[in-house]
Design a protein around this ligand. Structure first.
Ligand code: SME
Length: 169
């Protein structure tokens, strides 16, 4: 596709995702480099939603390791079960955290981030291979609609992982 994102102004969140998702699909389809695809997905999400931070952590041995992202510098490594990201990895379940102060063990990479969503990314054997992390500096931005569509984004990533060349060790 052309390296230009079409973002329609003045429409709701659901419609914004509906416009964005096919563009993400065409952006990553046919490209077999995982890092390039994760980089473009995080850039497209950032261009669309302007969150505080959006990006990926990837499972490497016993830790999640910082991978392509958009936003300020962030913690490089997160242990299994630690913080919101490590919890999403351990439980294999999306985490919607409307107030990070209420999440025991939350890892504060930035004091500006007050709300967070983390979505696990699975391989074809249903192992968690990474997570998508979104942070907001506002309490009223992230909700179940984001979880629903971000899970679809992560399913797209699972689908491209089926191309063997994309499995990043
Ligand atoms: N807050 C996350 C750590 C990652 S950063 O927010 C980018 C957590 O608790 O896992």
């Amino acid at each position: 596709m052309a390296e230009e994102l079409y973002i329609q102004a003045g429409v709701g969140k659901k419609e914004t995702y509906e416009i964005l998702l096919p563009q993400l699909a065409s952006l990553i389809t046919g490209e077999n480099d995982l890092t390039a695809n994760l980089a473009n997905i995080s850039a497209a999400l950032n261009d669309t939603f302007h969150w505080w931070w959006v990006g990926f952590y990837w499972v490497k041995k016993e830790e999640l390791v910082l991978s392509p992202f958009q936003g300020p510098i962030a913690c490089t490594r997160i242990k299994f079960g630690r913080g919101v990201c490590g919890t999403a990895w351990k439980e294999g379940k999306s985490q919607l955290v409307p107030d990070v102060n209420a999440f025991p063990g939350h890892i504060a990479c930035s004091s500006s981030s007050v709300a967070e969503i983390v979505i696990p990314i699975f391989d074809r054997e249903k192992n968690v291979v990474g997570v998508l992390d979104v942070d907001s500096e506002r309490f009223d931005v992230l909700d179940e609609t984001d979880v629903y569509y971000l899970e679809l984004v992560c399913k797209m990533i699972t689908n491209i992982l089926n191309q063997e060349s994309q499995i990043k060790k």
